[in-house]
Design a protein around this ligand. Structure first.
Ligand SMILES: Cc1ncc(COP(=O)(O)O)c(C=O)c1O
Length: 386
């Protein structure tokens, strides 16, 4: 039978408690999910603002669907690029104070495209060790040399930058996806300028949340286009839709339009999705749920501190509880499920070996009583699992 040889790999993952399984959601509304006929408070979604089910965004989606159809029908360079896509790009460029923007169907595709299109043999990518897998994978497969620096270690970043050759791309995240802490953007900007490197930020988890108007890490760190030449952000998290963007100079975006294979040879996301995404971003800019999210983060952190819960230092919606072993992390997650709390265990290789964890994510949808229940659950889980 075909692929029988793969069974051994699957079995070995299972033996190491590293096998992945998908969960079927029967229902998913207002921060509560239903799985196997049971309801759980969801503390594992990246829908930080509850925008996935916001009525204005859904309305905008529906209008887009009825006017423009379910799909884009073609890649952007053929007939898949509509005025909805163009309006979203223009709005983002203005809001981020960049000359231009290009949309991708996912952040994964955007990261791959950047590494493939912009760098050649002899060039160097200098990146934080904890960059998201979509970037690391792209960097490994790019013709450039990849030099990684220890997480947020600016001394090491400088050493790596000093070794770099050719065009240099220095990369960090606005908010780290698994640790929830923020990149050292000011220091990286200074180092990048000193070493003649472009600075790129993957702001998947900062966009929509950070900054005075929610435009993310470049807004909160006040980095202009000359200081941070490439901004990548995604719409699948705080924005609540899907897809991604890259913002930068007109020449950068024109070049990507002409050379990024993940853009040219892939069907565009739908015009309806672009329209709904723009509505979501406008809501974010008008304040909306961001304040409730920040309030929830503070509330959770205060309670967790009062109970000495061993969380990593994070001011973001991502609050990691490191357990350090995949079997124990799975047990911890199961224990919380028994209490009606859904918190996924994140294991290696998604996080470094020995740092397996519960990745708690907070949302503006949570009420204080939900967070009370979570903290009570974590205390009980700690007593049981150790
Ligand atoms: C930091 C980071 N970059 C990129 C991505 C990929 O984005 P997308 O889910 O749109 O492919 C993710 C999402 O999982 C992420 O967390």
């Amino acid at each position: 039978m075909a692929f029988e040889h793969l069974q051994d790999s699957l079995q070995s993952l299972a033996n190491d408690c590293l096998l992945r399984r998908r969960t079927i959601l029967q229902d998913d509304y207002d921060g509560v999910i239903k799985v196997n006929d049971k309801h759980y408070l969801n503390f594992s979604s990246n829908d930080y603002l509850g925008h996935r089910q916001h009525q204005d965004i859904l309305q905008s989606y529906v209008e887009g669907l009825s006017r423009h159809g379910a799909g884009a029908g073609a890649s952007p360079l053929v007939t898949g690029y509509s005025q909805c896509h163009q309006a979203l790009e223009a709005h983002l460029a203005t809001s981020l104070k960049r000359e231009a923007v290009i949309l991708f169907s996912s952040g994964f595709a955007a990261n791959q495209a950047i590494c493939q299109a912009l760098l050649n043999d002899g060039d160097t990518i200098i990146s934080d060790k904890l960059m998201h897998a979509s970037f690391i994978d792209a960097a490994i497969h790019s013709p450039a040399t990849l030099l990684r620096f220890k997480h947020n270690d600016m001394h090491h970043a400088q050493q790596q930058l000093a070794k770099a050759t050719g065009h240099r791309l220095c990369v960090s995240e606005g908010v780290f996806s698994m640790d929830g802490d923020q990149g050292e953007l000011d220091a990286l900007q200074t180092l990048s300028a000193q070493h003649n490197a472009w600075l790129m930020l993957d702001d998947a988890h900062g966009f929509g949340v950070l900054g005075e108007t929610g435009m993310g890490s470049v807004e909160s760190a006040n980095l202009n286009q000359d200081q941070c030449q490439i901004v990548m952000g995604t719409f699948g998290k705080a924005v609540g839709t899907g897809g991604a963007f890259v913002a930068g100079s007109q020449i950068l975006i024109d070049y990507l339009v002409n050379t990024a294979k993940h853009y040219i040879y892939s069907t565009a996301f739908s015009a309806a999705q672009a329209k709904a995404t723009l509505t979501s971003i406008e809501l974010i800019q008008s304040g909306g749920a961001r304040h409730k999210l920040l309030d929830n983060i503070q509330y959770f952190k205060t309670l967790a501190k009062a109970h000495d819960l061993p969380l990593l230092a994070s001011d973001s919606a991502i609050q990691p509880y490191v357990i350090g072993d995949p079997a124990k992390a799975l047990n911890a997650s199961e224990c919380l499920k028994g209490l009606g709390l859904w918190v996924n265990a994140i294991r290696s290789p998604t996080v470094p070996q020995g740092t397996d964890r519960l990745r708690i994510t907070l949302s503006a949808l949570h009420q204080y009583k939900d967070i009370d229940a979570l903290v009570d659950g974590l205390i009980m889980m700690r007593a049981k699992i150790g």
